[in-house]
Write a protein that binds this ligand. Structure first.
Ligand code: F6R
Length: 613
């Protein structure tokens, strides 16, 4: 998704902007550009932009590209193809204004027509260029006034940063639905759409809310609304390790993040488990036992992998608390005029805390008076702030597009929530303690799963040879299969389809043949026998099998010619087994993609946080 960086201060802006853009590469993009503004009366806007990678832009940057104020952008095409002209920054006709913009302007077509009627020559296909012209043509006497006036004509979402040759000491930024974070340095200021671009320079930040603007100069910042009335925003110091954004000795961020899982799993559980009463403490939830008891239903909302882990979470809540629970894709929820019930607890789940579909779902629930809590990784993100309460996931920065460690901590967050909901109802203290002990053992068990990596590498490479695969599981295992298929398709570009094992014979069995492997989730639980039965049906049709299972499971006499590989996973309690099996599927996807020589951290067409609808 598009990324923004900006700088104003005593240093040359261009190298800082390029470095910052490099740190946003993981978000996914197809072109990049920067604009700088030289000092003094003669200041003029210089722009360099290009389709392709940030390093292509850096290679072609003109030698004289000096200026101590600047903005930069990585673009993920929405309006018009990825080419040099459509890349940001965009400028107005006189070349005084340069703007970078994330989000979508819904009324861009009408505004383009108005501008064309007024004789403006629009050179790009983008919605953003419209804004550059509106700002350039505004008669307001300040840059703040010009930007506010232009924004008054805009419908849609934006995070944006603007330079103007007549105001060479400042950047004006604005936010509505697309993240922007102000970074406060020592007589220098930064702005970025993602902390990753800032942490090398500062961990002192201020967040803008939707509908707010800010002016950054080398000496400070001021925040205000569209009518230019001030809304003071205080700065906070983040406890962030800047090296968290470096892959270090790892060949990719995904591998680094895979391997971090035991450590981050321990972190999300730390201080939250109560051995004595067999329950959890979740201060940020802000619901007392009476309020927890009053909940009649739980509805979980998230997108992509967060939705699949939400299904795992719904299963945990139903099992442990016996409250009806289900998960739904947040991207669909808002569009069906959902019925918001007072006794339902809405739980939204998001790594980035910026996914627009999830954020809009929260706003819809709140507008209708529903109670919503967030399971969010990024502290201070839009979803976390909009929910106001919930469970932080403490997975640390996740850079790879494919989610691994955040997803694991989402599962653990749900386990903590389910435990608490269960213990104010009918979950016995003995069962509560059983689960607390199992949760305490999980980080080390995740480590044991990671130790299976050498065994899984060759297997993954064999799976990567197939162009189409099935992932199957039942009840607790089905969301595991969905997440496994998701991870596999995202980074290997193979067709991977998840099915309930029970549904195989209602259709997809027709596709089983020697070139279509099936990855089956078969835990040792009350469904083992039925799961094993389905494996025999697949093997009998020549379908190769990878069975993710427990050592105690007997797979029976599969046909001697059948290709079967079993992966035995350490056992937890059956409610928690899904996460250990999920980690196996993460490793398989990773090594399959690696065997294909793909760019694992930046899968094609995908972005890390999806901030457009
Ligand atoms: C898959 C993946 C995506 C995200 C989804 C939601 O590996 O990363 O499917 O899970 O885009 O993102 P967040 O959790 O940031 O809301």
């Amino acid at each position: 998704m598009c990324g923004i960086v900006g700088y104003v201060g005593p240093q040359q802006a261009a190298p800082l902007l390029l470095e910052g853009l490099g740190r946003l590469e993981h978000r996914g993009y197809d072109s990049a550009g920067i604009a700088v503004l030289g000092p003094g009366k003669e200041s003029r806007v210089r722009v360099a932009k290009k389709a392709g990678r940030v390093r292509d832009l850096a290679d072609e940057l003109p030698k004289r590209f000096s200026g101590k104020v600047g903005v930069g952008h990585t673009r993920w095409a929405t309006h018009g193809p990825a080419n040099d002209v459509n890349a940001h920054p965009h400028v107005d006709t006189k070349g005084d204004v340069a703007i970078v913009h994330n989000g979508i302007i819904d009324n861009a077509a009408a505004l383009r027509a108005d501008l064309a009627d007024a004789g403006v020559d629009l050179v790009s296909d983008t919605d953003t260029e419209v804004l550059a012209h509106l700002i350039g043509r505004s008669e307001a006497q300040t840059l703040e006034g010009k930007v506010a006036e232009a924004l008054a004509r805009i419908e849609g979402t934006y995070g944006l940063a603007v330079l103007h040759a007549a105001y060479p000491d400042r950047i004006v930024v604005a936010r509505n639905g697309s993240p922007l974070i102000i970074g406060i340095g020592d007589h220098e200021m930064f702005v970025a759409s993602d902390l990753a671009a800032l942490v090398r320079y500062t961990t002192r930040v201020a967040h803008l809310d939707d509908g707010e603007l800010a002016t950054l100069t080398a000496d400070g910042f001021s925040t205000y609304r569209h009518d230019l009335t001030s809304v003071p925003r205080s700065a906070t110091d983040l406890e962030l390790d800047p090296t968290a954004y470096d892959a270090g000795e790892h060949e990719s961020f995904m591998r680094k993040e895979l391997l971090e899982q035991p450590e981050v799993a321990e972190r999300v559980l730390r201080g939250r488990l109560d051995e004595r009463f067999g329950t959890s403490h979740l201060g940020g939830l802000d619901l007392d036992p009476r309020e927890l008891r009053a909940i009649r239903r739980v509805k979980i909302l998230g997108c992509g992998s967060a939705y699949y882990v939400g299904q795992m979470g719904a299963g945990l809540i139903e099992e442990l608390a016996r409250i009806p629970a289900d998960a739904e894709a947040a991207s669909e929820f808002r569009y069906r005029n959902p019925i918001i019930e007072p006794e339902t607890l809405y739980v939204v789940v998001s790594q980035s805390g910026e996914t627009i579909d999830t954020l809009l779902a929260v706003q819809e629930i709140r507008r209708k008076g529903g109670q919503v809590v967030g399971l969010v990784n990024v502290v201070g993100s839009a979803i976390a702030r909009e929910c106001g309460r919930g469970i932080y996931l403490h997975a640390g920065p996740e850079v790879a597009v494919a989610s691994t460690k955040a997803l694991t901590n989402m599962f653990l967050g749900f386990a903590l929530l389910a435990l608490q909901l269960g213990r104010v109802r009918d979950l016995s203290i003995a069962d509560g303690r059983r689960l607390v002990a199992a949760l305490q053992a999980l980080p080390a068990q995740i480590g044991e799963v990671l130790a299976l990596e050498p065994e899984l590498t060759g297997l993954a490479a064999r799976l990567a040879e197939s162009h189409s695969l099935f992932f199957i599981g039942r009840v607790r295992g089905f969301p595991v299969a969905r997440e496994g298929a998701q991870k596999f398709k995202e980074i290997t570009y193979r067709h991977a389809e998840a099915y309930q094992t029970s549904e195989l014979k209602h259709g997809p069995l027709a596709l089983i043949e020697p070139s279509v492997p099936t990855v089956a989730i078969v835990p040792d639980d009350e469904l083992t026998e039925r799961n094993v039965g389905a494996l025999h049906e697949v093997a009998a049709r020549g379908g190769p099998l990878v069975v993710v299972t427990h050592a105690s499971v007997d797979l029976g006499d599969l046909p001697s010619q059948a290709s079967v590989h079993r992966v035995d996973v350490p056992r937890s309690e059956r409610e928690l087994d899904p996460i250990l099996m999920t980690v196996v599927l993460q490793i398989l996807a990773y090594h399959a993609a690696q065997s294909l020589g793909l760019d694992i951290d930046k899968p094609r067409n995908l972005a890390k946080s999806v901030t457009v609808e």
